[in-house]
Write a protein that binds this ligand. Structure first.
Ligand SMILES: [Zn+2]
Length: 207
């Protein structure tokens, strides 16, 4: 490979990153070319380390260090209250909610479902079934930010929840005024309000 081809190859790799276009990918390549060898070596090592030392939790689908639990289940899923399950879009949402220590229940990270899984939600259904039989799961909370694509997804999930899990209470986080809630960036007051003013989407059928 000549130098030009190498640059192109690296550009293509960066272009696969979420939200990165051709032009930005090229800027990353030239940024790396200007960096010294130590930096490059550190970057390469850290990427390899993350890949080998981090694993995915079977229950919530988030990624966590293997040292925190060997059973394939993360610390949060092993320790927190299983009667509530909050559906969040991404790990950064989960991390922000967790940081504020206002919510006792467990989580499920939708973005970590494969695109194929996201059509049928088999892993989510399996998780809910497990929660009902083993953890006394009673309530599913939609912890979604206000975005049209997520609202559509919420409706899709809600419809199978009602059909397949009639005994589960379904709620959504309360919305602060008109701005809605961005879980990833919300402060503790906003989250507290969102949690205490949960909107009832469906009550348990036996109530
Ligand atoms: Zn977990």
């Amino acid at each position: 490979m000549d130098g030009e081809t190498n640059i192109e190859k690296l550009r293509e790799l960066f272009e696969q990153f979420p939200g990165i276009g051709r032009r930005q990918a090229k800027r990353f390549v030239y940024f790396l070319i200007r960096k010294d060898t130590n930096y490059i070596q550190e970057l390469v090592n850290e990427i390899a380390k993350v890949k080998s030392e981090v694993t995915q939790c079977h229950h919530c689908l988030r990624y966590y260090p293997k040292t925190q639990g060997e059973s394939g289940v993360c610390k949060l899923c092993a320790q927190k209250d299983g009667s509530m399950l909050m559906l969040v879009e991404k790990e950064s949402d989960l991390e922000n909610v967790e940081k504020m220590k206002l919510y006792e229940g467990k989580y499920f990270v939708l973005n970590n479902l494969s695109p194929h899984e996201r059509e049928e939600y088999r892993a989510l259904k399996k998780r809910i079934r497990y929660g009902i039989t083993h953890e006394g799961l009673k309530e599913l909370i939609f912890g979604f930010s206000l975005k049209p694509e997520l609202e559509h997804e919420q409706l899709r999930i809600q419809s199978f929840l009602k059909r397949e899990f009639p005994k589960i209470r379904i709620t959504a986080l309360g919305r602060g005024l008109s701005s809605g809630i961005e879980l990833e960036y919300s402060d503790s007051e906003t989250l507290k309000y969102a949690l205490t003013s949960r909107i009832e989407l469906k009550k348990k059928e036996d109530e």
